[in-house]
Design a protein around this ligand. Structure first.
Ligand SMILES: [Zn+2]
Length: 42
């Protein structure tokens, strides 16, 4: 694996529900985007 690819994979997370890219600003253990998280908490 190339170091550059590994580094880019850290902030580039995809939502496991809708596939939208997640901006790293919430708890890193979440695998869903803000939209899907709000739906789950219903
Ligand atoms: Zn989502």
């Amino acid at each position: 694996m190339m170091p550059l690819e590994f580094y880019r994979n850290i902030p580039g997370k995809d939502c496991s529900q809708c596939g939208a890219q997640i901006v790293e600003q919430h708890e890193s253990y979440h695998s869903e985007c803000e939209y899907c998280l709000s739906k789950v908490e219903e």
